[in-house]
Design a protein around this ligand. Structure first.
Ligand code: NI
Length: 219
């Protein structure tokens, strides 16, 4: 159909519709640009109480039951991962180590680094004990595992996704897809900051330093 064959009264309506569509496209592009700008590695400061974190009951590398309440008075640096992870988890724990190493030695103790396993079936306390002992990882890193239910509850509290990936569901040769985030939780257990996977040691150290300025170490 040719535009010239349309009634004359329809033409203004058509151009108005075209203008509306163009306007919607421009707004959509601007919104997209804004959300991309917001997802960079810039500090994610959340005002108010974010719904991240909460009570957990797990088992540490010495086979002792620990809860979130055991860490009150200390900030927690929490990473969810698993010892069989070939690269993502070790990299994240190395970044955490490098960031902590940039802080004055007296300040490092303000932070308790925690690895919470998303693979409780294979990550026994004994295996975690060997793993957290690696000199590449933060000193004092505590490994936490537990029953499937305990781990699921902890992951849910921290909005962490994980999913076992294997063909038959029986083999012990499987991997686990999981979120790769480091959470900074304050001495009262509340959410302070989250570091996405591409965070550099410098960026993490700067934000830990800022946290210490806001929350001076009691001595
Ligand atoms: Ni991993």
């Amino acid at each position: 159909m040719d535009l010239n064959n349309r009634p004359v009264w329809l033409l203004p309506a058509l151009s108005a519709a075209a203008a509306l569509i163009l306007g919607a496209v421009i707004v959509a592009v601007q919104l997209g640009a804004r959300s991309e700008a917001g997802s960079g590695a810039a500090p994610m400061r959340v005002s108010g109480q974010a719904q991240i974190g909460g009570p957990f009951t797990l088992v540490n590398q010495d086979g002792e039951t620990v809860t979130d309440a055991d860490f009150r008075g200390q900030a927690m640096l929490i990473y969810f991962g698993f010892t069989y992870c070939p690269d993502i988890c070790p990299t994240s724990l190395q970044v955490m180590n490098a960031a902590l190493a940039q802080l004055p030695e007296d300040d490092r103790g303000a932070f308790q680094p925690l690895l919470i396993s998303v693979d409780p079936e294979r990550d026994t306390p004994e295996l975690l004990a060997q793993y957290v002992d690696s000199p590449a990882f933060p000193e004092g890193l505590m490994g936490l595992t537990g029953t499937e239910e305990q781990v699921r509850a902890a992951a849910r509290a921290y909005r962490v996704f994980y999913s076992r990936v294997d063909d038959d569901g029986v083999s012990t040769e499987y991997t686990v897809d999981h979120s790769s985030l480091v959470y900074l939780m304050g001495p009262d257990g509340s959410f302070v900051d989250v570091f996405p996977h591409n965070t550099t040691p410098d960026q993490m150290a700067a934000r830990l330093q800022r946290f210490l300025e806001d929350n001076p170490v009691q001595s």
